[in-house]
Design a protein around this ligand. Structure first.
Ligand code: CUA
Length: 327
């Protein structure tokens, strides 16, 4: 049975981050930031556990030791206080807190400043997909973030319309992505593999399906990938990665989605909202992608966002070719 969330099913099989590699507290470590940050996390965690057990243990021990016993007179000795003890329990925790502050501040600075010579990638967030440009390699609109292992990668991010948030759990990086302003983050991947990218800012009905992958490859594989411009565009993959699947069914059944179903439509006659009719051809599909409001199909709400500037010509061609194959 087909699901009403085609994108979700598509990505859950494509998402290859193995859930089992992390610990009970944290996901897998796959970046330098994860290695650094986790040490601090576990330090604070075990420190808290130690003092929790110490305080609770002593409380229980004292309750038992000084409990009222049958047949013993109740004697109360007033406690005068102990200056030594009070200084100790003030100074020691304060010193630990100051230590944690400088430790985390130094990590924060490291995480905030991308190292010189980092590979620069532009990240574009839109409802409801991610795309990646590599200005030095002339790659535009890649649907996966492909990066070399062991090299810092600087991400300059912006959003098309509303606030999104870029989150890679395995890298321990998360940063809001805003319209009309760039935000920057960076990472250095330490392990080969595929890791999930999630959106962590509620951005509309497709928010939970706004997923992509970061693929960490060897330097040689990265150079090869970059030289071929990320390979020829694949219409079927783009259809999922660019979130077309969020609104368009690839069967003849609409399946409750906002947009018209696409199977078997190419070459057919379409009736538009103003009553006009036309034949669905390459030009109409292209126009529907870059200017969706121009000719809305009768019976549908004009809600599709424009993909002008978000897809290259070869990508649009690949999408049209894919739509032609849908039967
Ligand atoms: Cu984009 Cu949530």
């Amino acid at each position: 049975m087909m699901t009403i969330y085609p994108l979700l099913t598509a990505t859950s099989s494509a998402g290859t981050s193995p859930a089992g590699k992390g610990t009970i507290w944290l996901p897998e470590q796959a970046s330098t930031a994860a290695e650094r940050g986790d040490v601090l996390f576990y330090f604070i965690y075990y420190l808290s556990a130690f003092f929790f057990l110490l305080v609770v243990g002593l409380t229980v021990a004292f309750v038992l030791k000084y409990r009222r016993r049958r047949g013993q007179p109740v004697t109360v000795t007033p406690i005068e206080g102990s200056r030594r003890l009070e200084i100790a329990w003030s100074v020691v925790p304060a010193a630990i807190l100051v230590g944690i502050f400088f430790w985390s501040f130094s990590d924060y600075i490291t995480l905030s400043v991308p190292p010189a010579g980092a590979l620069e990638v532009r990240v574009l967030a839109q409802k409801w997909s991610w795309s990646f440009d590599y200005p030095k390699h002339g790659i535009v609109g890649a649907t996966e973030l492909v990066v070399p292992q062991g090299r810092p990668v600087k991400l300059t991010m912006s959003a098309a319309e509303v606030i999104h948030s870029f989150y890679v759990p395995a890298f321990r990086i998360k940063k809001d992505v805003l319209p009309n302003r760039y935000t920057v983050t960076w990472f250095e991947a330490t392990k080969l593999g595929s890791y999930d990218i999630f959106c962590t800012e509620y951005c509309g009905s497709g928010h939970s399906q706004m997923h992509a992958l970061v693929k960490v490859v060897s330097t040689a594989d990265f150079e090869q990938w970059a030289q071929t411009g990320g390979g020829p565009p694949d219409g079927k993959k783009l259809f999922v990665a660019k979130a077309c699947a969020t609104c368009h069914s690839v069967t003849t059944d609409r399946m409750g989605l906002p947009g018209p179903p696409l199977a078997g439509r190419f070459g057919q006659t379409e009736t538009l909202s103003d009553g006009a009719t036309l034949t669905i051809d390459d030009n109409y599909v292209r126009e529907s992608i870059v200017a969706p409001m121009a000719k809305v199909v009768k019976g549908y709400t004009p809600v599709m966002p424009t993909f002008a500037g978000l897809l290259t010509d070869p990508q649009i061609n690949a999408l049209i070719d894919y739509i032609k194959t849908l039967k």
